[in-house]
Design a protein around this ligand. Structure first.
Ligand code: CP3
Length: 355
């Protein structure tokens, strides 16, 4: 080995965590695992901490309690990664858009639908407003077991824009799409504001200790091919490039949920290290068309963990067998639902660990 190679190895970041190995493209005998919404209402200890915090946003902005709920599933199931406890809508909150989470109804925002509305958003106080989130990440780096990887995250611009424009969850995204179709430059301004804000937010997360970043594009599946390229692939690619300009080695996972065959282009074009597959993506297709460009993560149906038993085990094994021969992280195809029995999560975790 030459001196230069030896020096490179000594200076390399400690990359021995199995999550980081998968994201570097390594196949592993026992794939790493974590679950979307692994912290949440299916755990009684989460419900207790949330009650102590008062409401959901107060929990997101309370570093001590946010650290606690992030650690709760790790203590029970020993996942290979912990995901920061927060929400994708803290970005519109940091921009001064009114946001409330109503019990049983999901998030409610004062809709943003015109250039005049965009003029009222504040973009200068993102990092300052989100200080509690960075405190949570610092606390987690102190408290997490050394083998557990810390994931930071943000929503992708399109998905965050849908909530900002619709003012709530939506079935058809009629307001967001109508704006994008009838006034492309105006909608592009909102997307670009979100690219900037999300870049700043994620850079600060990395500085505070996030080792991996996941970008959630939950509503990517609502876009046709042209719109998918414009509002999903291009902004995510820009954010990845912005992060890499400062942190060339930061691993990024993209989740263009519902993108169908668009997953292949997303994987090839955005520069992400991995894509998170939603439940509908066929496994052999993903192995042959997506895992060829990057690592894959996924994609057990969260409702199978509600059912448990043989149907859950059969499908979990099929996923492990089909995707486990390449770089792979076991996960769900979307987040746990509140009615998930914790003992089924235990059984699933054991199955993956003993694979
Ligand atoms: O454990 C984890 O996964 C980390 C925490 C996390 C939450 N939200 C906590 C949360 C993450 C990564 C998110 C991302 C998020 N938030 C997404 C993208 C991923 C996805 O699920 O598709 C989206 C679309 C949101 C927006 C959002 N937040 C909605 C639509 C809702 C209401 C729906 C619901 O489940 O109540 C939330 C609230 C929310 N975010 C909860 C949690 C644990 C439930 C709040 C509560 O009542 O305690």
């Amino acid at each position: 080995m030459g001196n230069r190679e030896a020096a490179e190895i000594m200076n390399a970041p400690t990359n021995d965590k199995n999550m980081l190995k998968a994201l570097a493209g390594e196949k592993q005998a026992r794939p790493p695992f974590w679950f979307m919404r692994q912290a949440g209402r299916y755990l009684p200890e989460y419900r207790a901490t949330r009650a102590e915090a008062g409401d959901f946003l107060s929990l997101c902005y309370n570093p001590e309690l946010a650290v606690e709920v992030t650690l709760q599933p790790i203590r029970r199931y020993h996942m290979d990664a912990a995901i920061l406890f927060s929400d994708i809508l803290v970005i519109p909150d940091a921009m001064g858009q009114t946001l409330a989470y109503k019990e049983g109804e999901g998030p409610q925002l004062e809709p943003v639908r015109s250039s005049a509305d965009l003029d009222r958003l504040e973009t200068g106080r993102i990092t300052e407003h989100l200080q509690p989130v960075f405190e949570t990440l610092k606390g987690l780096r102190r408290e997490l077991p050394p083998e557990v990887t810390l994931i930071g995250f943000a929503g992708a611009p399109w998905t965050v824009a849908t909530y900002m424009v619709e003012g709530q969850g939506s079935r058809d995204f009629a307001n967001a799409k109508s704006w994008a179709f009838s006034d492309e430059a105006g909608f592009a301004r909102l997307i670009n504001m979100l690219v900037e804000a999300t870049t700043e937010y994620l850079l600060a997360q990395i500085e505070a200790g996030a080792e991996v970043i996941q970008i959630f594009d939950t509503w990517a599946g609502a876009l046709s091919e042209t719109e998918f390229n414009k509002w999903c692939i291009a902004p995510v690619k820009q954010i990845v490039a912005n992060l890499r300009a400062k942190y060339p080695d930061i691993p990024v996972i993209g989740f263009p949920r519902g993108a169908g065959a668009g997953y292949a282009n997303f994987a090839a074009q955005t520069g992400v290290n991995a894509v998170s597959l939603d439940t509908s993506v066929p496994l052999e297709w993903a192995r042959d068309n997506v895992q060829t460009s990057c690592a894959v993560q996924g994609n057990l149906d969260p409702l199978l963990v509600v059912a448990g038993g043989e149907p859950m085990r059969r499908e979990a094994n099929r996923i492990l067998e089909t995707l486990g021969n390449g770089p792979f992280i076991f996960n769900l195809g979307h987040g746990f639902v509140p009615q998930t029995p914790p003992e089924h999560v235990e059984e699933l975790s054991e199955l993956i660990r003993n694979y």
